[in-house]
Design a protein around this ligand. Structure first.
Ligand SMILES: [Zn+2]
Length: 172
């Protein structure tokens, strides 16, 4: 039975990979496997297997630093992951306002673009159908023209004022 467990641990060690675990969890898992296997794992093999099982970017970092021992590799990986996390959390807080501003801008700009295209399509069709021949603007007929009604009301006021003045002395 002890041989079986050691063999199982050996198989697990060969496949050991950090995956989505953090470095301390992976390291703990790895150390347990090495302990279970016993004295059969050399320092060199431990170091190699551990570094190979790290996440790509952490492995590259640790590999570049060329750790001499398994423990050194653990320290490098742990420190690198901690540094990466602190950078990520900092940049996350710094970027957050910019990000939300950008994300609220993009749909609005897109919305305006779509609206503009929609208006172009509408204005492309409407001048033929109902362009106001009073003010020349599309979208309404002259009988619905606000400018025409406005002008007419001004005219009525002017005429009324003039008419009242004229009516008084000239007619009587
Ligand atoms: Zn008009």
């Amino acid at each position: 039975m002890p041989i079986g467990r050691a063999q199982q641990a050996r198989l697990q060690l060969d496949k050991a990979h950090q995956r989505s675990y953090n470095v301390p969890d992976y390291t703990t898992h790895f150390r347990k496997l090495v302990l279970t296997i016993g004295s059969g794992v050399s320092e060199e093999e431990r170091l190699h297997r551990y570094v190979v099982g790290l996440q790509d970017n952490i492995r590259e970092h640790v590999h570049m630093r060329e750790p001499a021992t398994f423990d050194e590799a653990c320290q490098l990986a742990t420190r690198y992951e901690a540094m990466k996390k602190s950078i990520q959390s900092k940049s996350f807080y710094y970027r957050e306002p910019k990000h939300t501003a950008a994300s609220s801008h993009t749909p609005m700009e897109l919305g305006n673009m779509q609206r503009m295209q929609h208006n172009k399509q509408q204005s492309g069709q409407e001048p033929k159908k109902n362009t106001c021949f009073y003010c020349g603007k599309p979208g309404h007929y002259a009988k619905e023209c606000r400018k025409k009604k406005y002008d007419a009301s001004i005219n009525r006021l002017n005429k009324g004022e003039k008419g009242q003045r004229r009516q008084g002395p000239s007619n009587q």
